[in-house]
Design a protein around this ligand. Structure first.
Ligand code: GLN
Length: 538
């Protein structure tokens, strides 16, 4: 049983400073120093989870093995640490209140008035310590979403204050991430926003132990001294975080600044073992020195917000590094794509990825993209809705079932080649009710995916309600599209391929969630390899 220590990461001045990347980079360094670490995200909104949020609101919804629909920061945690997260790693205010209210209904508070303090704060502390109490981790890093000073963050900051008081400062520390803006007109870095934000935190009784300052220019010693003096920390505890070329540089930058050192020092943990980052740096090296370039079209309906496809673009980076290739993404809005303009919009692409999605908007554009890729031997990768679109396109244009569609898009279809799953038919609630999380899939040996995975049994993460309609399986296979991966228990089709095409793979699951720096996803690696071959031959 480990004596788990806690590191809290709060944010000040503005959102989008990259708390998730700082937390993940620190965790990476601590992991490399031999500590077992996990990262948790607390989100101060009232949705139970981001599963019901439109990607425009909150970017991609990430899915864990245990089927939790979570914040996209958990994707960064897994990509950096190469260890899986779970529902316990992401907790929202909605979930906190839901458990407290459920307990109240069961009479568990024995007639007491249920209040934010202590009941909500106790529940927050309990959720933070669930991970610590597993005994698996030396250090739990908890990132508090939002910015200090937000009304909804108050109970979280109070929970942090209490935990620090209860556990002592050598068992629980606070890192405050702020912005030190550069005013070009004055030619100066400004410390005032940081001073104000730290003051705000202190008004809630929390004194940060370490400041991480995002900045565009080097913070010199005299500014560090000033920040230290006004924010009640030592100069060595003011860490600068300069804008980086890639997020994958941040662990090295934080090591150079000594973030992991000061954290361990404050937690009274040994700093003897140095982080090596050997495999990591090997990846960064390859990522930064590609020997070729491919251009991949990403077809989706949320392309204005690239965060909607975060795990996919990161998986491209991992797979690109493995292939020593730079992957340029051409963002193509599915609603702007038609059979008429598909040729010009997809001109020159070395690969086409049709993205996951929900609802009817933009699907005809996705189908047009599938057709272009299929007929012109362009490597094609369809993910979830993208796989379903591939099946519809094949049914319409090869099997001549002009009315083929998914029952998600229209009712009373003549050819429902994609259908609502049996167990979904009774479902009325939206939240957390899809087919979620890890499911097994058995792969046919004679297939491209078998070559890529080099395994017969795989487990991948899911998030969907509709499926390949097996009533059409024989017909579709006879026409040339093969179901090369099937769930061994239910018979659900998980993978389709066209063996006569250079690389045409559709998967009902989300391979992007499992791609990490140290384990780039085999299908992404193989897809980029095929795109590279396509580029060489054209
Ligand atoms: N809308 C489709 C379904 O529910 C696909 C979902 C997805 O792409 N994640 O089955």
């Amino acid at each position: 049983m480990k004596n788990t220590k806690y590191v809290f990461v709060t944010g000040g001045v503005t959102s989008s400073l990259g708390k998730g990347i700082i937390a993940a980079s620190l965790a990476k360094l601590l992991q490399e120093r031999g500590y077992s670490v996990t990262i948790q995200k607390l989100d101060p909104y009232i949705n139970i989870d981001p599963g019901t949020l439109n990607p425009y609101e909150h970017g991609e919804c990430y899915v864990t093995d245990d089927g939790a629909e979570t914040d996209l920061d958990l994707g960064h945690y897994e990509r950096f640490l190469n260890i899986p997260t779970s529902q316990a790693n992401n907790v929202t205010t909605g979930r906190i209140y839901q458990s407290v209210i459920n307990k109240e209904r069961k009479g568990e508070f024995l007639g007491k008035t249920v209040q934010v303090i202590p009941h909500i704060t106790d529940e927050i502390k309990h959720r933070i310590q669930i991970l610590g109490k597993t005994g698996d981790y030396d250090i739990v890093i908890t990132e508090i979403g939002g910015t200090v000073g937000d009304i909804e963050s108050l109970p979280y900051v109070e929970a942090v204050r209490q935990m620090q008081w209860e556990l002592g400062e050598d068992n629980a520390i606070v890192i405050h991430l702020t912005l030190v803006p550069y005013l070009a007109a004055a030619g100066e870095l400004k410390t005032k926003p940081t001073q104000h934000s730290v003051k705000m935190l202190m008004q809630s009784g929390v004194s940060p132990n370490i400041l991480v300052c995002r900045c565009e220019q080097e913070i010199n010693d005299s500014i560090k001294r000033k920040l230290a003096l006004f924010c009640n920390v030592k100069k060595q505890d003011v860490i600068q975080s300069l804008d980086a070329e890639t997020i994958y540089d941040v662990p090295n930058l934080m090591f150079k600044e000594g973030l992991d050192y000061v954290v361990l020092d404050k937690l009274n943990l040994s700093t003897r073992k140095q982080p090596k980052l050997k495999a990591w740096n090997n990846f960064v090296q390859k990522h930064k020195n590609p020997t070729s370039t491919v251009e991949i079209g990403l077809i989706g309906k949320y392309v204005e917000l690239h965060d909607s496809y975060k795990s996919i673009t990161e998986a491209f980076i991992h797979a690109g590094a493995t292939n020593e290739t730079k992957v340029n993404v051409r963002w193509i809005h599915s609603e702007e794509l038609t059979p008429e303009n598909a040729a010009s919009k997809l001109e020159g692409l070395n690969g086409v990825l049709v993205a996951p999605g929900f609802g009817e908007r933009g699907i005809e554009g996705k189908i047009a993209a599938v057709q272009m890729a299929r007929e012109n031997n362009i490597p094609f990768f369809g993910i979830c809705l993208g796989m379903q679109m591939a099946v519809i396109e094949y049914s319409r244009n090869v099997l001549n079932l002009a009315a083929a569609n998914s029952t998600e898009m229209a009712e009373n279809l003549e050819h429902p080649v994609i259908n609502l799953m049996e167990e979904q038919k009774e479902v009325t609630e939206k939240g957390g009710t899809m087919r979620l999380g890890a499911w097994d899939c058995k792969i046919s040996k004679d297939s491209k995916v078998f070559e890529a995975y080099n395994a017969e049994m795989i487990s991948e993460r899911h998030r969907h309600r509709y499926e390949f309609n097996n009533a059409y399986l024989t017909q579709i296979e006879a026409a040339g599209m093969k179901a090369t991966g099937v769930n061994p228990k239910t018979g659900l089709v998980e993978i389709v391929e066209i063996p006569t095409h250079p690389w045409f793979v559709g998967v009902q699951y989300h391979p992007e969630y499992k791609s990490t720096v140290l384990n780039p996803h085999p299908l992404f690696v193989d897809f980029i390899k095929a795109a590279k071959t396509q580029a060489e031959n054209n």
